[in-house]
Design a protein around this ligand. Structure first.
Ligand SMILES: [Zn+2]
Ligand SMILES: [Zn+2]
Length: 279
């Protein structure tokens, strides 16, 4: 996972029930980056980082309004995932790469029954830089999504990205040893795209689309980065975001049903990865 610091889509995803502070009948999509008040797509102006509301664009806003306490809530799962990746990295070093060899994703070993690799490969890294990029990206995307959707739906999207990346690697790069949280983290970027889309935002007008393109181009330009892991993560995360955010908002499916479908979808990705490797 890679992106340029200036292109961070620091788009705070609000609680789905928030309405625009200027249009009380319209659902808010994001928070203004400066004053943090909820705004609808019509009121959004893309800034270098995130979006600004009309008042802040005009330079009138003096009041710093702390939207809801959603903004201040800690993202527990994001924090836990970062800790898990760092602990795993320490274990890799301490074990002198024994943990790496046993845990990375490699088709032939999965075929021999070492099914845990489908999951554990997503928590291991090839070096400090690799870990650093992915954890930085997780820290940018994670809190946004976890605060906006809640930990359960955030966790489903993360799992879908991880498993979708593994599934694509097993299907198209069976003999390539792969490791890293890129698939999962790009799954969050894909999921965020679906959430923004559900809220009426054209993602091609945001920096998110550039980040996704860079991460698809990078493996083609730089050897050793898994194209399939990246693509699988983005697609799987986008589908998860569509199930969890678009369905309840646009098609009348209840949120709890959408969550159940999301769980089923994630289980299907895992089953698909096992089937591709063993079947
Ligand atoms: Zn503002
Ligand atoms: Zn508005």
């Amino acid at each position: 996972m890679f992106f340029i610091a200036g292109s961070i889509p620091w788009t705070l995803v609000l609680d789905e029930t928030s309405t625009c502070y200027r249009h009380s009948q319209t659902k808010a999509a994001v928070a203004c980056q400066r004053c943090e008040r909820p705004i609808c797509p019509e009121c959004m102006t893309q800034a270098s980082i995130g979006f600004h509301c009309p008042e802040c664009v005009a330079g009138h806003s003096q009041t710093v309004y702390r939207a809801q306490d959603i903004m201040n809530r800690r993202p527990p799962l994001t924090t836990a995932l970062i800790v898990a990746n760092v602990v795993a990295f320490v274990a890799q070093i301490v074990s002198q790469d024994l943990v790496t060899e046993v845990g990375l994703l490699w088709g032939p070993a999965v075929q021999d029954g070492e099914l845990w690799r489908i999951v554990t490969g997503g928590f291991l890294h090839s070096g400090l830089l690799h870990l650093g990029f992915n954890m930085y990206a997780l820290w940018i995307f994670g809190p946004n999504l976890e605060k906006g959707l809640g930990s359960v739906r955030f966790g489903i999207i993360y799992a879908a990205g991880l498993l979708g990346g593994s599934l694509a690697v097993l299907a198209f790069g069976f003999t390539q040893a792969t490791l890293g949280a890129s698939g999962a983290v790009l799954g969050l970027a894909g999921g965020l795209s679906a959430v923004l889309w559900a809220r009426g935002i054209n993602i091609f007008k945001t920096s998110l689309s550039a980040i996704l393109l860079i991460n698809l181009a990078l493996p083609i330009l730089v050897p050793g980065i898994s194209f399939w892991g990246h693509l699988g993560g983005i697609v799987a995360g986008f589908i998860a975001g569509t199930i969890l955010a678009w369905l309840p908002q646009r098609s009348g499916v209840s949120e709890s049903s959408a969550r159940l479908i999301g769980f089923g979808y994630t289980a299907a990705l895992l089953a698909g990865a096992v089937f591709v490797a063993v079947g």
